[in-house]
Design a protein around this ligand. Structure first.
Ligand code: NAD
Ligand code: USQ
Length: 382
């Protein structure tokens, strides 16, 4: 297939582009390199030293003989996007290219507005460009499990059957997102559900949980291909942050009580889920939702797992329940369905102690790059 990976310079997009290319697909990356600029804005960095996108694709070509075309530009620039669509004529468009940090979206008004404009306008442009230039193309859009929030009932995959006053219907599952970022994903989902219906587009919305790990078989092929790894309080995510904190002797920053429960998955499963979705396209006019995670953990569970493994490796670790900078439930019911991707062939790589140990050892190699000032949270919701 000809596949565009938008956001292909990022944490999920880069390993996905490599994986799909290795599987024989003709891959083209779109990215505006904004994520690298946000590091500069936040005086932060990736724990791993990442090469430029050009160096990355040149190394890939040298190692495998495969070409990944790159288009540097912004999805909110419609003319640029249309030009890429004309050149690539994609069968599938994998859309990772959004501002994805909840804390970043909560910094202030400017960051909230930027996040929603970047994400919602970008997605709307992608949908228009598909309609205009490649109407049969399958849009595989990254959403988030956080669209659902933490309701006191089981979470279904996108839709729920409701009986009300004696009548029944299957309706979009209620959304209770917890940040302006998570809200942007809800707005995207609503736009795409509407658009798939009126224009007959093929859309898969992947409500992904929190991703952990950094390596895939492909990113391990050469140091130039190494993936980015965020540890700071704005872009770093729970499990990866805890592992890095353990490696540098920092207390593990469990926010509040730590009963916050989320769906998690390994980056190796992210890339496979994209492949599975591409291999089984949505029908014309179908807006399909898959919950993309493999296991559920509370953040306190994760901190305890990391502490155990790090101590086996000879590192002493303290878990600190620090003041929660977010406004969120700290103990709640959580039971989300995730069978659809497994029915299509996903075999989950679960979070064993050996997996944590592997990430921990990789992190130790780069721990001197941590900028300590960036570890504790500073962005508050209230
Ligand atoms: P990332 O920030 O590492 O990568 C996103 C990439 O998109 C960056 O390279 C950035 O430069 C690019 N980008 C952003 N806005 C753009 C625009 N307007 N035009 C072109 N390029 C743009 O993020 P990630 O962790 O790889 O996440 C990828 C997607 O997966 C996001 O949509 C995110 O919401 C979703 N997701 C991520 C996680 C996670 O734990 N990382 C979990 C669930 C869902
Ligand atoms: N948390 C801590 N300590 C930390 C960091 C986070 O206790 O040091 C807690 C948070 O308060 C929250 C939970 O861990 O309750 C998850 O936070 P996170 O920062 O790991 O993840 P989140 O903000 O939800 O965002 C991340 C990605 C986002 C994606 C989302 C999937 O940045 O792009 O959409 O995970 S989900 O959580 O399913 O919505």
């Amino acid at each position: 297939m000809r596949i565009i990976v938008a956001g292909g310079d990022g944490f999920c997009g880069w390993p996905t582009a490599l994986y799909l290319s290795r599987k024989g697909h003709d891959v083209a990356i779109i990215d505006n390199l904004a994520r690298r600029k946000w590091d500069i804005e936040l005086r932060s960095n990736s724990l791993t030293p990442i090469a430029s996108l050009q160096e990355r694709v040149e190394a890939w070509k040298r190692l495998t003989g495969k070409t990944i075309r790159t288009f540097i530009g912004d999805l909110t620039h419609y003319d640029f996007l249309c030009e890429v669509m004309r050149q690539v004529q994609p069968d599938a468009f994998v859309h990772f290219a959004e501002q994805r940090s909840a804390p970043y979206s909560m910094i202030d008004r400017e960051h909230a507005v930027f996040t929603q404009v970047n994400n919602i306008v970008g997605t709307l442009n992608v949908a228009y460009a598909i309609r205009e230039l490649a109407p049969d193309c399958h849009l595989i859009k990254l959403g988030t499990m956080g669209e659902y929030g933490q309701p006191n009932i089981d979470i279904e995959e996108g839709y729920i059957e409701i009986e009300h006053n004696g009548r029944k219907d299957v309706l979009p599952y209620p959304k209770q997102p917890g940040s302006f970022y998570h809200l942007s994903k809800v707005h995207d989902s609503h736009n795409l559900m509407f658009i798939s219906k009126i224009w007959g587009l093929r859309v898969t919305d992947l409500n992904q949980g929190v991703v952990y790990g950094l390596h895939t078989d492909e990113t391990l092929m050469d140091p130039v291909l190494i993936n980015r790894l965020d540890y700071d309080a704005v872009f770093g995510t729970a499990l990866n942050r805890f592992i890095i904190q353990a490696a540098i002797g920092h207390e593990l920053t469990v926010y509040g009580k730590g009963g916050q429960t989320r769906g998690f998955l390994n980056i190796t499963d992210t890339v496979r889920c994209i492949e599975i979705s591409a291999e089984h396209p949505a029908d014309r006019g179908e807006f399909r939702v898959f919950n993309q995670f493999t296991e559920e953990f509370s953040v306190l569970d994760l901190a305890e797992k990391v502490k155990r493994v790090a101590e086996q490796e000879g590192y002493m670790v303290n878990i600190a329940n620090i003041e929660n900078p977010r406004i969120e439930k700290e103990s709640h019911y959580y039971n989300a369905k995730n069978t659809k991707l497994q029915e299509l062939g996903l075999e989950p790589n679960l979070l064993t102690d050996d997996v944590i140990r592997g990430i921990f050892r990789s992190v130790l190699e780069h721990k001197d790059r941590v900028i300590l000032d960036n570890v504790m949270p500073t962005v508050k919701w209230g």
